[in-house]
Ligand binder design. Structure first.
Ligand code: GLN
Length: 238
C-alpha cells in the first residue's frame, strides 16, 4: 500500500537514505516528514475497483515498485496521493460511482491534492463533457471526449505513438473501443500525444488521461510518468 521512493530507481532525485539516517533524519516518518524533504517520499496509490482493468493496473504499479490498493469504497480514498480510474465501460463505472458516492468523494480528494490518471473509459469519466449522450462524469478534466471515437471497423488496434514526455522511443498504444479528446476546453490542457490528428493523451495539472491502455503492455513508462511527474510533484506542492 505504501511506496518508499528511496527503494525505487525511478526516483533518481532523492537523497541516499543512508545519508539521511546518518544525518539523524527519520526514514519513515509521519505525514509532516513525508513532505518536509525530498529525501523521502511515500506515495499511496489506489486503483478505482468498480469495474474494468483493475488487476492489470495493480500489476503494472507493482512492477514500478508501488504496492497499490484496489479502492472499492469511497472512504478508501482518504490519504491517497494518486488514483487510477481504469478502462472498462464508462456507463457502468459512472453508475457505480454515483451509487457508492465516488462522484462526490473523488472530486473532494482531488481538491485536497490527489492526482488522478484515467485510462480509456477513465478518460471519459474524468472529462467535463462528452460529445453525445448523458452519463455520470466527474467533470474534472477540461476536455470534451468522444466515446468509441475510432469507429466500429477499427474498434481495437495498436499504434506506435510519439510521446515526447517519455523520450524518443515510441509508446505502443493499445486502443480498445477507445475515445479520443475532441477538444480541449481550457488553455492549460497539455496535449501529450495524438494519433492520426486526434488527441489521445492529455495532462492538466494533477490530472493525466490517455485513450489507450498502458497497463496492457509491458512498458511501464506511462505509469512511471504518472508516479514521478504527476503524483510526486503534486505531493510536493500541495
Ligand atoms: N468504449 C468504452 C466506453 O465508452 C471504453 C472502452 C475501454 O475502456 N477500453 O466507456
Amino acid at each position: 500500500m505504501s511506496f518508499r521512493a528511496s527503494e525505487n530507481p525511478l526516483f533518481s532525485w532523492h537523497a541516499d537514505p543512508s545519508e539521511l539516517a546518518a544525518a539523524g533524519t527519520p526514514l519513515l516518518g509521519d505525514s509532516e516528514h513525508r513532505t518536509s524533504f525530498e529525501g523521502l517520499l511515500v506515495l499511496r496509490i489506489g486503483v478505482l475497483a468498480l469495474q474494468g482493468a483493475v488487476r492489470e493496473h495493480l500489476n503494472m504499479l507493482a512492477e514500478c515498485g508501488v504496492e497499490a490498493q484496489a479502492v472499492k469504497w469511497s472512504q478508501e480514498l482518504d490519504g491517497l496521493d494518486g488514483l487510477i480510474v481504469p478502462g472498462g465501460e464508462s456507463t457502468t463505472i459512472g453508475k457505480l460511482m454515483v451509487r457508492y458516492g465516488f462522484h462526490e468523494a473523488i472530486p473532494a480528494a482531488h481538491a485536497g491534492g490527489m492526482a488522478i490518471y484515467g485510462t480509456c473509459a477513465g478518460l471519459i469519466i474524468l472529462a467535463k463533457k462528452i460529445t453525445e449522450g448523458a452519463q455520470p462524469l466527474l467533470g474534472l478534466l477540461d476536455v470534451e471526449a468522444r466515446r468509441n471515437a475510432f469507429g466500429r471497423q477499427v474498434a481495437s488496434f495498436e499504434a506506435d505513438l510519439a510521446l515526447p514526455i517519455l523520450g524518443d522511443i515510441p509508446f505502443k498504444g493499445v486502443f480498445i473501443r477507445a475515445p479520443w479528446v475532441e477538444r480541449a476546453l481550457a488553455e492549460d490542457v497539455e496535449v501529450l500525444a495524438t494519433h492520426n490528428g486526434h488527441i489521445v493523451a492529455v495532462r492538466q495539472g494533477r490530472l493525466l488521461a490517455s485513450a489507450f491502455h498502458p497497463e496492457l503492455t509491458d512498458d511501464g513508462r506511462m505509469h512511471e510518468y504518472f508516479l514521478e511527474k504527476v503524483v510526486a510533484s503534486a505531493r510536493r506542492t500541495v
